[in-house]
Design a binder for this molecule. Structure first.
Ligand SMILES: O=P(O)(O)OC[C@H]1O[C@](O)(COP(=O)(O)O)[C@@H](O)[C@@H]1O
Ligand SMILES: [Mg+2]
Ligand SMILES: [Mg+2]
Length: 342
């Protein structure tokens, strides 16, 4: 067992990077790790326990909730409540933000925005799903934290991460000093450092987009797809199309191999589909920390000012050269249409 480094050991070790650190963020990351293990246990035996299928309820976004969405939501809120470091949870599965009012969290100063179960459409078919989280420090100093403490730009994140429940279960996170990946070793029940200092290739040859929506895509996206499909060996084209339908899994693959994930505006999602606070911002922080880039086609995701809890955004995220190319094509058509001025 020599040589392994658990998530807990790594977090404590890295705490030294922050002179003011008192261990609160470390304990918060520990709490998220604990809930992820409980969710992983259910995901791994999903067909054997009553956790597959619809919960019969609908969230504020009009999406049918899966039993596993609800289970994961409950596990993360309960771990964050008993951990004592979190004062508000903003989650995809609750209409409003959830104030954590427990005796242990009176002085809690962290806000957690979370997508408890990402890739819900893949739950029942045994395809990789995930959890995405983003952590902020509250801005207000006294009394109960408010929505203003939640609606912070992505640049204000102090940490972000995701868990992927795939052929193995991994937790990948950043505190703004690089990105590290940990694989769950079921034999000891610990996340162990397996992917230190992850770097996203600057360029790649994989594109991830739901082409079923093609006719409704902006012209810039249509042009990018055509560009990806051209035969040109010198630029690694045609690119390979890969789309799992779980944002975490598609971006995790591209983080390791290079690639771009695009979820643009469509007819059914005129503002994009993915949610800024608990999907776009955390994935953008991680990808940028690994050397990639993320934008809404025009503006850096992390600079977008949030105004609503479940606000959506279009997203172009991945290898820097690929995202810049896609942005260029979006800008070209927007200029042509007079939608933007340079
Ligand atoms: O089925 P579509 O429209 O391609 O959307 C798939 C996308 O929606 C999501 O499932 C949205 O996330 P949730 O499952 O957490 O609601 C992403 O994970 C995925 O990339
Ligand atoms: Mg999601
Ligand atoms: Mg979800």
């Amino acid at each position: 067992m020599s040589g392994i480094k658990t998530l807990g050991q790594f977090i404590i070790e890295k705490q030294a990077d922050f002179s003011y650190a008192k261990g609160e963020l470390s304990r918060l990351l520990r709490d998220i790790g604990i809930a992820a293990k409980i969710v992983n246990r259910e995901v791994n035996k999903a067909g054997l326990v009553d956790i597959l299928g619809d919960a019969g309820t609908v969230n504020i976004q009009g999406e049918g909730q899966k039993k596993l969405d609800i289970f994961a939501n409950t596990q993360f809120i309960s771990a964050l409540t008993s951990g004592g470091e979190c004062c508000i949870v903003a989650t995809e599965e609750e209409d409003e933000f959830v104030p954590i009012d427990s005796p242990v969290s009176k002085n809690a100063k962290y806000i957690v925005c979370i997508d408890p179960l990402d890739g819900s459409s893949n739950i029942d078919v045994n395809v990789a799903v995930g959890t995405i989280f983003s952590i902020y420090r509250r801005k207000s100093t006294d009394g109960m934290a408010t929505i203003a403490d939640v609606l912070q730009k992505g640049t204000e994140q102090v940490a972000a991460g995701y868990v992927i429940y795939g052929s193995s279960t991994m937790l990948v996170y950043t505190t703004g000093k690089g990105v590290n990946g940990f694989t769950l070793d079921p034999s000891i029940g610990e996340f162990c450092l397996s992917h230190p200092d992850l770097k996203m290739p600057e360029d790649g040859s994989i594109y991830s987009i739901n082409e079923g929506n093609y006719v409704h895509f902006p012209k810039g996206v249509k042009k990018y797809i055509k560009y990806a499909q051209v035969h040109d060996a010198a630029t690694n084209r045609p690119y390979t199309s890969r789309y799992i339908g779980s944002m975490v899994a598609d971006i995790h693959r591209n983080l390791i191999k290079g690639g771009i994930y695009i979820y643009p505006t469509t007819a059914s999602s005129p503002n994009g589909k993915l949610r800024l606070l608990y999907e776009c911002n955390p994935m953008a922080f991680i990808v940028e920390q690994a050397g990639g880039f993320a934008s809404d086609g025009f503006k850096r995701i992390l600079e977008i000012e949030p105004v609503e809890l479940h606000q959506r955004s279009s997203i172009f995220i991945g290898s820097k050269k690929m995202v810049r190319m896609a942005e260029q094509m979006m800008t070209e058509f927007a200029l042509e249409a007079g939608a933007i001025n340079m």
